[in-house]
Ligand binder design. Structure first.
Ligand code: NAP
Length: 233
């Protein structure tokens, strides 16, 4: 697709991977709406990037619907949804805090599903659209203390396959991107972005994968892209 003039929603665009992706899509001429929970941070980043910030916590279905309604009022159509908002909690199964499990699922799984629901209604009518789900290398490999985060990404991966099968007849591409570790504000209690490390990934590599997947002609769909650091050790 031609990204120039494309209308793109990125959930969680005020930091890390979402912020870099917004920047790169804007530089290609796209119009972008970013969302986030911290309104002050969101509006500052939106101003810096030259896009629109819409304050919305994706774990609320009402807020997810509000985001899509806002985009439709602004643009009249939507070309791309990037389900990027997500966070992690870790812990051993015998000490599992069910409230943390539910809270992470509310954002990483149910939030992404609510956004996809309302965008799919638009995409089916348009007979076009793209959904990018930011999953993780943790979406296909369980590990100790991964009961909350890794399984939320397994669920997102399963939903990716279901949505792809349902929406292909409407010319909708559903693409899963699996980043390995990227030093960002992710898993930082203070929510401050980590310094980049020369041998580790940066948000730019993930953004490159997203942009290239979208730029392929609409007749073709990259289903999954996994990005790992060449030598992070
Ligand atoms: N960094 C990694 O190592 C890594 C690896 C694999 C996959 N991922 C995935 O990549 C995605 C982006 O992560 P990142 O590294 O860029 O993390 P990040 O720097 O912490 O950014 C996360 C973004 O999501 C927003 N967000 C979180 N929960 C939200 C909610 N309920 N509603 C709306 N916005 C919400 C945050 O805004 P607020 O701060 O305002 O909440 C922020 O803008 C996540 O889905 C993560 O699971 C990350």
């Amino acid at each position: 697709m031609d990204l120039s003039g494309a209308k793109i929603i990125i959930t969680g665009g005020s930091s890390g991977i979402g912020k870099q992706t917004a920047k790169d899509l804007i530089s290609k001429g796209a119009s972008v709406i970013i969302t986030g929970r911290d309104e002050q941070k969101l509006l500052k980043v939106a101003l810096d990037l030259g896009c629109t910030g819409y304050h919305a916590d994706v774990s609320s279905e009402e807020a997810a619907k509000g985001t899509v309604d806002f985009a439709l009022e602004k643009w009249g159509s939507i070309d791309v949804l990037i389900n990027n908002a997500g966070y992690a909690e870790f812990g051993l199964i015998h000490e599992l805090d069910l409230s943390k499990l539910k809270a992470v699922y509310n954002t990483n799984v149910f939030g992404a599903a609510a956004m996809a629901k309302y965008c799919a209604q638009v995409f089916r009518k348009q007979k076009s659209g793209n959904i990018i789900n930011i999953a993780s290398t943790a979406a296909s490999k369980g590990y100790p203390q991964g009961s909350i985060y890794a399984t939320s990404k397994f669920a997102l991966s399963g939903m990716t396959q279901c949505w792809r099968a349902e929406l292909r007849p409407y010319n909708v591409r559903v693409i899963q991107i699996n980043p390995s570790e990227v030093p960002t504000a992710f898993a930082q209690e203070n929510r401050i972005e980590r310094e980049q490390e020369s041998n580790k990934l940066t948000p730019k590599e993930i953004s490159n994968a997203i942009v290239s997947s979208l730029e392929m002609d609409n007749r073709g769909m990259i289903t999954d892209v996994t990005v790992i650091a060449t030598n992070p050790f």
